[in-house]
Design a protein around this ligand. Structure first.
Ligand code: AMP
Ligand code: MG
Length: 567
């Protein structure tokens, strides 16, 4: 197999690279609360609960003129007023991201210990000054325009500007029906909420741009689901996650305004997003929409490359799930690739593999094309040509970022572009041939010594590297890799240290999430919290995580685990 053959296996016609403390919140702090008694038995301690502002959004955008929380087609607005429906039965604050609550929402220790916190985090009580809204958006789902979608089970509570001057939008997911619920019940179940809570925080600690999850509240309210769409309906329980992002606007937020010809609102949303979130764009620049588009193209390419660097497959990368701020949002049937395989599809409902891990760069391009279509009516012919020309550069932007990330993962400092590209593509091809574990191959390359690699004495516990080393070209690759490493680092220890800082030892493997979910469904959230703790330091070897084999081969029982869109 020659160099070109290997390289082209990873490229597309258009050059898109294909492949590519247990916290103090311990058990005793799990607050149980009977939501029916909420208002009578609990008074808000206002000084500890953040007061939200809603002014910017409400003053900028017209609200739905029609009142009432019934399902309908909504026109000429960006938000509908809609209040969370309190969950029934007892509420439990199953997990919190103490860091998110403290550093993003300025919650102090007394607030974290207050018994009524669960009511705010679960949607039974409103934060002071909150005006809850449901956002109207549309989207292309699996390649086709799906019309109006919107927040069908989420409520935007308002925004909070913290002591550091950062503004965060607070959103509850699973908090009940809205005008956008279509045939849904407005709820989210425990298993999908655990997955969203854990993965948002894990991605943040991996350094991938993402929405955050501040808390997970679980209720006794029965929610009926057919988890594998095979006719077996199961009683589950409703849960609510408090999610935080600088903005929850999506590509689909602009698409619906453009598709329905609401061009004043389209301009208004663009102006708002640019002014609030794109500080480098001058609001008086006549070409500001092109500047905005090119910035989203750039950041989206970077986000997808970062997904690839941690082996993350979103699972439902529709335009309604692609943020205008290019952060990862709407965690559903996502998955981290284990055995390296560009065709890995985490979502069992995705029969055609549209959202396979290796297709994500192209999916990003498709979604950006849809964004450009949405901007079409507000661009003049010249601006359209510039925007198109910029979009043509997406594959290169993506490829450059992918290359940077993977050279860093391999410890290849300095510029030796052609050879480094070859080293990366060669390695990935061997990983594919040997089904070597993506995460642990890179991690164990960080942990193995140059001497062990050179002499071919890879320790047995380096299981992913053992798998890789069975490839017939492995020693050929090592013979190219080692001299390159030596040129880049003063010592092998320094090389190992820097590589360990970018190659995680722990990711949210499906079996780990599943094990925590099985316990959570029996009301034991200890493993959710343990995973949250472990995944907050993914680059550091941790004794408890090792005992639980979080960096080992997936257990036998986990073979054939499935995740569907049901949530
Ligand atoms: P998702 O696949 O989670 O991004 O959701 C796609 C669309 O379906 C969004 O408009 C959601 O609000 C809506 N949706 C998903 N599940 C439900 C549900 N249980 N109740 C109401 N709307 C839902
Ligand atoms: Mg969504």
């Amino acid at each position: 197999m020659g160099i070109t053959t290997i390289y082209f296996l990873f490229t597309l016609g258009n050059n898109v690279l294909l492949c590519l403390s247990y916290s103090e919140f311990s058990r005793k702090n799990e607050w149980h609360f009977n939501s029916q008694n909420a208002s009578s038995s609990c008074s808000a301690r206002r000084h500890t609960i953040p007061t939200l502002s809603y002014k910017k959004l409400i003053e900028t955008f017209p609200l739905d003129e029609i009142d009432g929380n019934y399902v309908r087609t909504v026109k000429r607005c960006v938000f509908s007023e809609s209040s969370p429906t309190p969950l029934k039965g007892s509420l439990k604050l199953a997990a919190v991201s103490k860091e998110a609550l403290e550093t993003m929402l300025d919650l102090d220790a007394s607030a974290l210990l207050s018994e009524d916190l669960v009511l705010y985090l679960g949607g039974s009580k409103l934060f002071p000054s909150s005006v809850p809204l449901a956002h109207r958006y549309g989207g292309h789902q699996f390649g086709y325009w799906a019309g109006q979608l919107g927040d069908g089970r989420a409520h935007l509570l308002g925004e909070y500007t913290n002591r550091k001057g950062e503004t965060w939008e607070l959103q509850l997911k699973g908090s009940g029906k809205t005008p956008y619920s279509r045939s849904g019940d407005g709820r989210a179940v425990v298993r999908s909420s655990v997955r969203e809570f854990l993965c948002s925080e894990a991605m943040h600690h991996l350094g991938v741009p993402t929405s955050r999850a501040a808390s997970l509240v679980v209720s006794g309210e029965p929610v009926w689901r057919d988890p594998f769409y095979n006719g077996t309906v199961k009683k589950e329980r409703g849960a609510v996650v408090l999610r935080l992002a600088k903005s929850w606007f999506r590509i689909g937020s602009l698409e619906i305004l453009s598709k329905s010809g609401e061009l004043d609102l389209l301009r208004k949303m663009l102006d708002f997003v640019i002014e609030e979130h794109f500080a480098s764009i001058n609001k008086d620049d006549p070409d500001k929409y092109v500047a905005f588009f090119s910035s989203v193209v750039n950041e989206t390419a970077h986000m997808v490359a970062q997904w690839m660097a941690v082996g993350f497959a979103h699972g439902v990368a529709n335009t309604d799930n692609f943020s205008l701020l290019s952060i990862t949002i709407d965690y559903g049937p996502f998955g981290f690739m284990e055995a390296y395989n560009p065709n890995f599809v985490p979502n069992t409902s995705d029969d055609e593999g549209r959202y396979s891990v290796g297709a994500q760069a192209n999916v990003g391009l498709f979604n950006l094309e849809k964004l450009l279509e949405a901007l079409h009516p507000v661009l003049n012919p010249n601006q359209r040509s510039w925007a198109k020309a910029f979009l043509k550069g997406y594959p290169q932007i993506y490829q450059r970022r992918f290359h940077e990330l993977f050279t860093t993962k391999l410890g290849l400092k300095g510029q030796e572009e052609t050879d480094d590209g070859y080293l990366i593509a060669f390695l990935l091809k061997m990983m594919e041939d040997t089904a070597a574990d993506f995460t642990m191959t890179f991690r164990q390359l960080s942990e193995v010594s140059a001497q062990q690699l050179r002499s071919g004495t890879i320790p047995m516990e380096m299981w992913a590297l053992q798998d890789l080393s069975r490839h017939k070209f492995f020693s050929e690759w090592v013979n190219m890799y080692l001299p390159r490493l030596q040129r880049a680092h003063a010592s092998d220890e320094a090389r190992q240290h820097s590589m360990k800082g970018v190659n995680p030892r722990y990711i949210l493997r499906n079996w780990m999430a599943e094990s925590a979910i099985r316990k959570a469904e029996n009301d034991d959230f200890s493993e959710v919290r343990l995973l949250q703790e472990v995944l907050s330091r993914p680059y550091t070897k941790q004794p408890r995580a090792e005992e639980l084999h979080y960096a080992y081969r997936p257990p036998h029982w986990a073979h054939g685990l499935k995740v569907s869109c049901s949530s």
